[in-house]
Design a protein around this ligand. Structure first.
Ligand code: AMP
Length: 418
């Protein structure tokens, strides 16, 4: 497999898929540039080696239509600054950038407009539901259009570099299909991808025990696949955040107005059963910090997670829970964290997530390997000033979880030729 270190970029044009899906405020200012910084090593390397750069990315979910608020033109100057170049040229239509790409000289940078302004990028038919009899035909047609779109993108460059770990679990035109139009010697993973894949390998191939996973966030439904998979790997599993109340409800608890998935009560019970069968210690919050409103300044008090009065909702792990979580994490040698233990965006309800972050930092100082993934857990670690106290922060959420599940990511498979 070609690697970025072995490839000779001098005089070549490289098209690089990055993840510049950065959060913007209402004025179009970047509020967190972690993802841009993540791609810089790869981009700078290509420029320093004498290559020209064509950068492509998506931003947000414009669903195949042009939407000014998702224009990558807004971040052009920030990219120039991050790369230390005077100018980043901008192609306002990613599918009509051949001329601009052809004119590019060594050391120059061209940023393409948001790939997802074209439905071909994701390759999903638009305006037709899955149960429509014409859906299959529409899907087939869109897949053909996706190939054509990928071919156009590929025509801009001599080589392709995949460095968007955050979208590597998607088989999109720019993350996977495009690779078909380059031979094995002219496609490779970027540094960020290499690093992310290695971090996952580190966890999976050399698990030092005890191995604990901490899964939080709002819903059990979106994480059930990874939870079931982890139950075959970990020694302990903390389940926290909003999913706590689906478990409490499944046992007949009172959960007030807390977030709950009533159609997933049996799923929750199934998770508990599987944990028991596999000898995994399942750790859940015995108490909660409850609020009389979904707001930072709501009134709050502590209640058992299964005895929350009407009109109140659990927004964070309670003091007992925080102690229990920290104890479970202490002494572990491999730690995976995805998803907050409460509504951490509210300063008054971030204590549970903070307790987890601090316990992970302490365990890491004592020799554990800790891997943090998913936008919200990364935001937590940053919020609590713990970023340099954990072993590895992944830029991927879904991609990280799928990789941990043992799936080969389409973005990796496309380069490896699998
Ligand atoms: P997810 O996207 O499923 O990983 O969930 C992340 C979100 O879950 C964050 O925005 C949290 O605010 C939210 N969350 C965590 N705990 C709770 C809770 N107890 N009630 C409501 N939302 C929660």
């Amino acid at each position: 497999m070609m690697t970025i270190d072995n490839y000779k970029f001098a005089g070549k044009k490289a098209i690089v898929r990055v993840d510049f899906n950065v959060p913007l405020d209402e004025n179009g200012n970047i509020t967190d540039d972690t993802r841009i910084r993540g791609a810089v090593p790869t981009l700078k390397h290509i420029l320093e080696e004498g290559g020209a750069l064509i950068i492509m990315s998506h931003m947000g979910k414009p669903k195949g239509k042009v939407a000014a608020k998702y224009s990558l033109g807004q971040i052009k100057d920030a990219v120039a600054k991050a790369l230390g170049v005077a100018e980043v040229k901008f192609a306002p239509d990613c599918a009509k950038a051949k001329e601009a790409a052809d004119a590019l000289k060594a050391g120059e940078v061209l940023l393409l407009e948001n790939l997802r302004f074209y439905p071909e990028e994701e390759g999903k038919p638009v305006g037709i539901e899955k149960d429509d009899p014409a859906y299959e035909a529409a899907k087939k047609e869109m897949k053909a259009r996706q190939k054509d779109f990928a071919k156009v993108l590929a025509s801009y460059a001599d080589c392709y570099v995949m460095d968007a770990f955050g979208t590597a679990h998607r088989k999109h035109a720019s993350t996977a299909v495009i690779a078909d139009y380059f031979d094995a010697d002219n496609k490779m993973l970027g540094y960020l991808m290499e690093k992310e894949v290695k971090a996952v390998d580190n966890v999976l191939s050399d698990i030092k025990r005890p191995f604990i996973a901490i899964m939080g966030g709002s819903k059990v439904s979106s994480k059930i696949g990874i939870i079931e998979n982890l139950l075959g790997k970990v020694d302990k599993l903390i389940l926290c955040g909003g999913m706590t109340y689906t478990f409490a409800k499944a046992h007949g608890g009172e959960i007030g107005e807390s977030i709950v998935e009533m159609d997933k009560l049996d799923v929750a019970l199934g998770v508990e059963e599987l944990a028991k069968k596999n000898g995994v210690e399942l750790v859940m919050a015995p108490d909660a910090i409850i609020a009389d409103n979904f707001a930072n300044d709501a009134n709050q008090k502590v209640a058992p997670s299964n005895a929350i009065p009407a009109g109140w909702q659990g927004l964070d792990a309670g003091p007992e829970a925080q102690k229990k979580f920290a104890e479970a994490i202490r002494g572990c040698k491999t730690i995976l964290w995805n998803g907050p233990a409460g509504v951490f965006e509210f300063d008054n309800f971030c204590g549970g997530s903070r307790a987890i972050g601090e316990a992970i930092a302490e365990a890491t100082a004592n020799g554990a390997f800790s891997l943090i993934g998913g936008g919200d857990s990364v935001a937590c670690v940053n919020k609590f000033g713990l970023a340099d106290k954990v072993s590895y922060i992944s830029t991927g959420g879904g991609a990280l979880l799928e990789a941990i599940e043992g799936k080969v990511l389409p973005g990796v498979a496309a380069i490896k030729g699998e």
